[in-house]
Ligand binder design. Structure first.
Ligand code: CP
Ligand code: NVA
Length: 301
């Protein structure tokens, strides 16, 4: 059966742990001959219906480093952008390449792609989830904390968006505690959260309540791709949700700060925090490469 990764739930806890272990090994042995040949002779399409820097770099470089050929497809320069159906695109891609990564808007588009593809489909970000980013984030957490997942607490500050949802799925699977503080009207959907959280996710009222005792404090932009028309309203609604030194002071003293990037200093995070000693955002960005290579190996080997 073809394995896909549209959400971390498609992997499950055991596979996530295995992928994180392999990613850590890949980081140590990045260009070792065994890994350089791992996917030799194969090709992977990486399709973008939205802009990207890190996702493109991590997959394009990662696929190359595993010995395979990346094929970058920008939707606006392909027939996808002219309305060729996803069903036909999936059938056609399956005849050319051995896996496809796709960044899109509606999650349903990925489900359609996966339903008609004979090859693994990887979610490179949808409006619902960003599983590849959270794999890299979990790897970054593992580099800072050796405690079991059940002893760790993560605080999500801000929008109940694709990133927050992927963190919630990860908490439910791995068993760490996730407290989510969002402005009114921007919270994670409560019914959905209850379904995936297995008791590990709490929607709390204030950023202060979320960060108390947290080992990891993380956030994301207030306006995600595709929401640009809402920018002014969101700026107003998210006032008071900046991750700054005063907030970090209430987290665990060993706490780290994560952000998937790109960031807006002075909005969701202060310059002092993202450029400060607790920030791990550059390790987190680099870890996209190692995590994405490990995911490709898990799905394709
Ligand atoms: N974090 C992330 O996915 O970055 P890009 O949008 O640059 O790919
Ligand atoms: N929530 C953001 C993540 C960007 C990597 C977005 O969807 O635009």
């Amino acid at each position: 059966m073809v394995k896909h990764c549209l959400s971390l739930a498609d992997l499950g806890a055991g596979a996530i742990e295995a992928i994180l272990e392999e990613a850590a090994r890949l980081k140590q042995e990045r260009l070792e001959p065994g890994y350089r040949r791992a996917l030799k002779g194969r090709s992977v399409a990486v399709v973008f219906e939205k802009p990207s820097t890190r996702t493109r770099l991590s997959f394009e470089v990662g696929i190359h480093e595993l010995g395979a050929q990346p094929v970058i497809v920008m939707a606006e320069h392909s027939q996808i952008g002219r309305g060729e159906t996803l069903e036909d695109t999936a059938r056609m891609l399956s005849r050319f390449v051995h896996a496809v990564v796709c960044r899109t808007s509606a999650h349903q588009r990925l489900e359609t792609l996966a339903a008609h593809a004979a090859i693994p489909v990887i979610n490179g970000l949808s409006d619902a989830f960003h599983p590849c980013q959270v794999l890299a984030d979990l790897l970054t957490v593992r580099e800072s904390f050796s405690e079991p997942w059940s002893a760790l607490k993560v605080a999500w500050i801000g929008d109940g968006n694709n990133m927050a949802r992927s963190w919630a799925v990860a908490a439910g699977l791995l068993g760490f505690k996730l407290d989510v503080a969002s402005p009114q009207g921007f919270a994670l959907d409560e019914a959905w959260t209850t379904k995936v959280s297995r008791g590990h996710v709490s929607l709390v009222k204030t950023p202060e309540a979320a960060v108390t005792g947290a080992h990891v404090v993380t956030t994301d932009v207030w306006t995600s791709m595709g929401q640009e028309a809402e920018t002014a309203a969101r700026l107003a609604a998210f006032a008071g949700f900046e991750v700054n030194d005063a907030l970090m002071a209430q987290a665990d003293e060993a706490s780290i700060f994560l952000h998937c990037l790109p960031a807006h200093r002075g909005e969701e995070v202060s310059a002092a925090v993202i450029d400060g000693s607790r920030s791990r955002v550059w390790d987190e960005a680099e870890n996209r490469l190692h995590a994405q290579k490990a995911l490709l190996l898990y799905l394709m080997r």
